[in-house]
Write a protein that binds this ligand. Structure first.
Ligand code: NDP
Ligand code: BG6
Length: 502
């Protein structure tokens, strides 16, 4: 199924659906997975016959479990009550076969109950064309990666049934570098087929990321100019105004490049840069994304600027190493700017600049496409046109163009045409990425999930640089919490990326 053909009848599906959330006692489950499931339920988008099974080691009462499930959701008491009636919790280990057998018994019992629920048909075609009572099991790994393979192998040994549709959802990080990612994939592929695996990158569920393919291929204006003849450089920037407080332990072994660049930002880049897919089918899109990544050589340390934040200038915000879970000699970057080159005919000579920083002055994730200087000599020295796609915080697309300044005379000005999503589409809801992605998992749409070959290419591009950083070969420049980044970061796109300030 393709990304733009979301079946309106999903809620009418008669499939018997079991969603098993491993790590149900954890942070992701509480903050994202259960709220996303509730959003789908509330919007009548979960299949009619659904059970949600939480599973983790923590021995929780029904009351405690309900508290976790509902702590980040909003709805009427009746709706919440109805949602909870679809949920249950089982505690057990991740290592013992008998615990998974118990879980299987709970799932099977739920499936039997659902089989007795009244079946309604959306229409006669549905009745004629579909097998009623397909069983779908979604295994959602809201777990630390160290537990992925053990749980996957126990699911396969004790829960998996071949006549059931089995989907396994795993969360980033998918490995630590190219080799560990290959190992993880190899291990997973011993138990699950690639078609059963959904590697989540929540950026692929974001509305403005999904919009890039539309913007590029549904508009002549952009499709005609989307190449090195017209585009000078592209910047993908991620800024967060908070540090790693509370997550220092996790973050210190990963760093900003593994945390957001090797996954979220490279995914955005691959959609921005791919060739037109043959169709909107998931495999056609993923073929093109993987293909463009093959033209990118590994990032060079010389074309990188790295930083680590220190306490804010007024002393009110702590430095990265003030976190007790961060080693005092940590050389983990919390800021990085780097250049990617795509050596194909479309993009040769167009630098793609990625910048990402924690504890900087603003919250923003944007794509900035800067066009070349106007070729006409009628207006010398004018600024360059730009297209900006704001992924967050407020979804928007705007262009910066040179216009005549109103009034007598012929002065020029730079002005913007803006499409601000919440203002323009006031009657439309912008879905939460996790809800959109879960719906795709249920609907078996892989378009917005990372395929093994894409992942491997992404690691190939970043692994040599990451190893150099891990070996202490990189210099990290300090920057105060709440600043724009280390010295040189503002000039970086000009120095390495053809960028000209507008
Ligand atoms: P948690 O650390 O909260 O772990 C989830 C659950 O897993 C815990 O409640 C615990 O449950 C179990 N667990 C914890 N440590 C271990 C261990 N060493 N071995 C086995 N089980 C363990 O993780 P998150 O919920 O934050 O994240 C889950 C996954 O999602 C990770 O891969 C993370 O990188 C990813 N992720 C998280 C995001 C977030 O916002 N939290 C955002 C994006 C991705 P119990 O002890 O009860 O079994
Ligand atoms: C996560 C990273 O994957 O993405 C976090 O681990 C980061 O460090 C987050 O804050 C950003 O996601 P979003 O949706 O808030 O832009």
């Amino acid at each position: 199924m393709s990304v733009f053909e979301l079946s309106p009848a999903l809620a009418e599906k008669q499939d018997i659906t079991s969603i098993i959330v491993f790590g149900a006692s954890g942070d992701l489950a509480k903050k994202k997975t259960f709220p996303a499931l509730f959003q789908l339920y509330k919007s009548n988008l979960l299949p009619k016959h659904t059970r949600i099974h939480g599973y983790a080691r923590t021995d929780m009462s029904r009351e405690e479990f309900e508290k976790r499930v509902t702590s980040n959701i909003k709805g009427t008491p009746a709706l919440i009550e109805a949602f909870l009636s679809h949920c249950n919790y089982t505690h057990g280990s991740y290592s013992q076969g008998e615990d998974f057998e118990r879980l299987k018994a709970v799932i099977t019992e739920g499936e039997k109950d659902m089989q007795t629920e009244p079946v309604e048909f959306a229409d006669e075609n549905d009745k004629a064309g579909r097998l009623i009572g397909n069983r779908l099991r979604v295994y959602y790994m809201a777990l630390p990666p160290s537990a992925f393979t053990m749980v996957a192998s126990n699911i396969k040994a004790h829960v998996y049934e071949p006549d059931v549709i089995n989907h396994i959802v795993i969360e980033k990080p998918f490995g630590f570098d190219r080799d560990t990612s290959k190992e993880l994939n190899m291990e997973l592929s011993r138990h699950f087929k690639e078609s059963e695996i959904f590697r989540t990158d929540h950026y692929l569920g974001k509305e403005m990321v999904k919009n890039i393919i539309v913007l590029r291929f549904a508009n002549t204006f952009y499709s005609a100019s989307w190449n090195n003849k017209y585009i000078s450089n592209i910047q993908i920037t991620f800024r967060e105004p908070f540090g790693t407080e509370g997550r220092g332990g996790y973050f210190d072994s990963f760093g900003i490049i593994r945390d957001v660049m090797q996954n979220h930002l490279i995914q955005v880049l691959s959609i921005l840069a791919m060739e037109p897919p043959k169709s909107l089918d998931a495999e056609d899109i993923r073929d093109c994304k993987a293909e463009v990544l093959r033209y990118i050589p590994p990032v060079k340390l010389e074309e990188t600027l790295l930083g680590q934040y220190v306490a804010s200038e007024d002393g009110t915000k702590p430095g990265y190493k003030d976190d007790p879970t961060v080693p005092k000699d940590s050389n983990t970057p919390t800021f990085a700017a780097l250049v990617l080159h795509i050596n194909n005919d479309r993009w040769r000579g167009v630098p793609f600049i990625m910048k990402a920083g924690k504890a900087v002055e603003s919250a923003k994730v944007i794509v900035r496409v800067q066009f070349k200087d106007a070729s006409s000599k009628l207006f010398p020295d004018v600024s360059r046109d730009e297209l900006i796609i704001r992924i967050s915080p407020t979804e928007s697309i705007y262009t910066k163009n040179v216009v005549k300044l109103p009034g007598l005379g012929n002065k020029l000005a730079m002005s913007a045409l803006e499409l601000n999503y919440p203002n323009v589409f006031q009657d439309r809801m912008i879905p939460e990425p996790y809800a959109a992605l879960l719906l795709d998992v249920i609907g078996n749409d892989h378009s917005n999930f990372v395929r093994e070959d894409e992942l491997d290419e992404a690691w190939r591009i970043f692994t040599p640089l990451l190893h150099q950083i891990d070996q202490g070969k990189a210099t990290l420049l300090p920057y105060p919490y709440g600043s724009r980044g280390p010295a040189g970061s503002n000039e970086f796109p000009t120095k390495f990326g053809n960028y000209k300030a507008t």
